[in-house]
Ligand binder design. Structure first.
Ligand code: ZN
Length: 257
């Protein structure tokens, strides 16, 4: 395994017709994939996929958009899924005050419950944060003093990056690093230590240039790595190698060759 996409949604309907082909392109690129749960349905599906493919791992959790569907049974089932050997994290969980698809107090409760679950089962978290940083940080601090995980699809500047890095988090960098308007993000990535960055696609969303506007897939992580390499003045191989090492260590992933 040469590199890993730390955030993909391979259970998405976008891959209904050709998932096997998409995965074949990962194999060809020597690429591992973490497929991320966003609802109970997708969490179950992520575990099923990760159990089927050798270089695939899963996280389970309910995205803030779906927080309104969290009930008493949800955390119970997530706990059971988290016991599967292919599950390496809890996520994606967090807050989204941009789209507000679930009421904010409901989002906060669901986030807190799943953070506590992650503490209990001793798994790192995969966090979603959109226009909700202050509440996100307040809840993180109230649940635990130590933090292990990734702020996925980090889109902020160096000041925001520093706040998360100081808490112990890693930052997931994906397709938006290639978008022309994201100068402050590029400046941040230039300055963030490489060993605190994870590569991701968030596919099928956030497709990098040059495929922007089309469906995203894990193999396009190379365009993200290419941009990080350019910003840091290092080789793509160096980016691939370090982000793979970091992701394996953070999520306890063991690659059997
Ligand atoms: Zn995602």
């Amino acid at each position: 395994m040469k590199w890993i996409d730390s955030h993909a949604h391979l259970d998405d309907r976008a891959y209904e017709k050709d998932l096997a082909v998409v995965i074949a392109r990962c194999t060809e690129a020597d690429l591992g994939v973490m497929t991320i749960g966003a609802s109970m349905r997708s969490s179950r599906e992520a575990v099923r996929l990760a159990s089927r493919y050798r270089r695939m791992w899963a996280t389970v959790g309910v995205h803030p958009h779906n927080a309104k569907h969290v009930d008493a049974g949800t955390v119970h089932e997530l706990r059971a899924l988290a016991g599967n050997e292919r599950v390496v994290g809890i996520g994606e969980i967090g807050l989204d005050y941009y789209r507000d698809l679930s009421p904010r107090d409901v989002q906060r409760t669901a986030f807190r419950q799943q953070l506590e679950l992650a503490q209990d089962v001793e798994l790192p978290v995969c966090l979603h944060n959109r226009e909700s940083t202050d509440d996100l940080l307040a809840i993180l601090r109230s649940v635990s003093a130590t933090h292990r995980g990734v702020i996925h699809s980090f889109l902020g500047d160096i000041a925001l990056a520093t706040r998360f890095l100081e808490l112990g988090f890693h930052l997931g960098v994906g397709g938006p690093i290639t978008f022309p308007k994201n100068g402050p993000l590029r400046d941040a990535v230039r300055r963030i230590p490489l060993d605190r960055i994870l590569l991701e696609t968030d596919c099928p969303y956030l497709t990098p240039v040059p495929y922007r506007g089309r469906r995203n897939e894990p193999a396009y992580v190379q365009y993200v790595a290419e941009e990080i390499a350019r910003l840091k003045g290092i080789s793509i191989d160096a980016v691939a190698e370090q982000t793979l090492t970091t992701t394996k260590r953070l999520f306890g992933i063991e690659d059997g060759g």
